[in-house]
Design a binder for this molecule. Structure first.
Ligand code: FES
Length: 162
């Protein structure tokens, strides 16, 4: 499913390059993210410069260029969280797992997202793991919570294997 899928998506919009965004949304719905090879196919078949496609993909926060991890770790970088140390939390996570905000660890354990105020400023700094809010997070507690995700996955794998 490579070029066929792109051809099909393009046909849904009668090849109208003005419908690039919905086409990219459909592509993402299919894969969970926007694979680079598929973006190249889209660029060629729709005759839209690849640079334009990447501009769109990086402008809208809803588009993803990497696959999602098994867990979603979201760090609030809103003003209050920022002032209470969120940048340092982000830094230690990125260093420890060799990732950047918006990307996924190579073992696909988790995706790190940085977002603006999540509306819980009194609890800053706030981190959300798979939809659950954690307050007063420190670099140490953030790393501990993430390492617990690794443990959970290992236990789940062992149980699946027995
Ligand atoms: S700034 Fe983080 S919750 Fe408001």
């Amino acid at each position: 499913m490579g070029k066929e899928l792109i051809a099909e998506i393009i046909s849904w919009y009668e090849g109208d390059a003005g419908m690039l965004i919905p086409m990219m949304q459909d592509l993402q719905a299919e894969h969970g993210y926007l694979p680079a090879e598929q973006l190249r196919n889209l660029s060629k078949m729709l005759e839209v410069p690849l640079s334009r496609i990447y501009q769109v993909a990086t402008f809208y926060a809803s588009f993803r260029l990497t696959p999602k991890g098994q867990h979603e770790v979201t760090l609030c970088m809103g003003t209050v969280c920022y002032l209470k140390g969120a940048p340092r939390i982000s830094e230690v996570i990125c260093e420890e797992y060799e990732i950047k905000p918006g990307s996924t660890t190579t073992d696909k354990l988790f995706t790190l997202q940085a977002v603006n105020c999540v509306g819980a400023c009194a609890l800053a700094p706030v981190m959300i793991i798979d939809g659950k809010y954690y307050d007063g997070v420190t670099p140490e507690s953030a790393l501990k919570m993430i390492s617990e995700l690794t443990l959970k996955e290992e236990v789940a794998e062992q149980e699946a294997g027995t």
